[in-house]
Design a protein around this ligand. Structure first.
Ligand SMILES: C[S@@+](CC[C@H](N)C(=O)[O-])C[C@H]1O[C@@H](n2cnc3c(N)ncnc32)[C@H](O)[C@@H]1O
Length: 209
């Protein structure tokens, strides 16, 4: 039995349950063209008790330092099944469990590093998810984010607008988000931000004061 979620979230879960078997194959080209070293760069900064939200098929698992204590959550049981297989192949110890980012089942202030990559844009209420991440992070803890956001260049934004129509039907993914105002509203301090690929790919490091 899957965890109970609202309608919009259940729709995203259905989409990813259906997508799970193709996800790694379909996103390989995107990773090579758009992400470059971004997964490695961000995961390398994780330490202590690490929670990855929207862990998906576990594509970040190879990049964590070996000494972190790692937990990954995702909404989609089918995505988690692929992540379990990947963890086994890598010999990576990780707790993988089903959970909704908008209602994280962890106590307050218990996580040292929170990681979320390419996840926020498919979570229906990203504001609520960031609020939950803030809650579970300990003071001084770090949030490592990678995602696609609205480009600062309007011609690129037009392309993003058009592109959003297609994948949104497949995965619920939004292309035109802006993360910094949401982070600040949740209480985070943005420590570092960089963008790549015409400002579409954003890497962010934030902390809980
Ligand atoms: C584009 S995939 C990214 C997966 C992975 N982080 C990566 O970097 O490849 C988005 C993931 O977010 C998950 N997701 C969407 N809404 C969620 C929610 N409310 N709670 C937890 N996971 C969610 C989906 O199931 C999916 O696995």
């Amino acid at each position: 039995m899957s965890i109970e979620v609202d309608r919009a979230t259940a729709r995203v879960r259905r989409l990813y349950d259906r997508y799970a078997r193709r996800y790694d194959r379909d996103t390989g080209w995107y990773e090579r063209a758009m992400l470059g070293s971004a997964r490695r760069v961000l995961c390398g900064q994780a330490h202590g008790r690490v929670l990855e939200v929207a862990v998906g098929t576990g594509r970040n698992l190879p990049f964590y330092p070996p000494n972190v204590s790692l937990t990954g959550v995702d909404l989609s049981p089918a995505m988690l099944a692929v992540a379990r297989q990947r963890a086994a192949e890598l010999g990576r110890e990780v707790q993988l469990r089903e959970a909704d980012a908008q209602a994280l089942p962890f106590p307050d202030a218990t996580i040292d590093t929170l990681v979320c990559k390419l996840g926020l844009s498919s979570i229906p209420d990203d504001r609520a998810a960031l609020g939950q991440m803030f809650r579970v992070l300990r003071p001084g803890g770090r949030l490592l984010l990678l995602g696609h956001v609205a480009s600062p260049y309007w011609p690129v934004r037009i392309v993003q607008f058009v592109v959003e129509r297609f994948p949104r039907r497949l995965t619920g993914d939004r292309q035109l988000r802006r993360t910094v105002p949401l982070l600040e509203a949740a209480g985070f301090h943005v420590d570092r931000r960089s963008v790549r690929r015409a400002g579409i790919i954003e890497l962010l490091t934030a902390s809980k004061p």
